[in-house]
Design a binder for this molecule. Structure first.
Ligand code: DQA
Length: 160
């Protein structure tokens, strides 16, 4: 495995499977984790998959990613729409970020149309259910391959 990716999940995503299945589908977060890890292996990415309902814990994990991960795939849940602190943490570690959402946030309530994360993300994938995560892995693999081709080393390996 050449590169390592932190996949972070925010509040209430631990309820997937039973939470509003008409919006979020019937897969559990563990189902999604298994699919993401498999796709990561296929793309040469070691996946560290985590979920927390606590903003501070997500921020600590983002800080810890500097030096231990090459990129972050993030579904910040409702913190997407509220958390300048998470966006600042992402800017602070300066790792490539892919923002993902299960639902199409632009098709939903107006308060979901603004994301603080998008400002610091390479791109956003939303509306494809758990496939959004798999597309996120593919996008991250492309971003890291491009960086590797440009610099000859991943950010993680350069830091070592
Ligand atoms: C979500 C969309 C958010 O608006 C919501 O608060 C979530 C899940 C999604 O994956 O579709 O918790 O991030």
């Amino acid at each position: 495995m050449d590169s390592s990716v932190l996949v972070l999940n925010g509040p209430n995503l631990n309820l997937l499977g039973t939470r509003e299945p008409d919006i979020y589908g019937s897969e559990t977060l563990a189902d999604i984790q298994a699919k993401v890890e498999r796709r990561g292996r296929e793309r040469g990415l070691a996946v560290n998959f985590r979920q927390s309902n606590a903003e501070h814990e997500l921020i600590e994990w983002i800080h810890a990613a500097k030096g231990s991960a090459d990129g972050i795939i993030l579904n910040a849940g409702a913190f997407t729409h509220t958390s300048i602190a998470i966006a600042d943490a992402l800017s602070g570690v300066a790792l490539p970020v892919v923002e993902v959402h299960l639902s199409n946030i632009y098709k939903r309530e107006p308060f979901r149309h603004h994301s603080h994360i998008s400002r610091v993300a390479e791109g956003v994938i939303c509306g494809f259910g758990s496939d959004s995560y798999l597309m996120g892995v593919d996008a991250m693999a492309s971003i890291l391959a491009r960086r590797l081709a440009a610099t000859g080393a991943s950010p993680l390996r350069k830091a070592k």
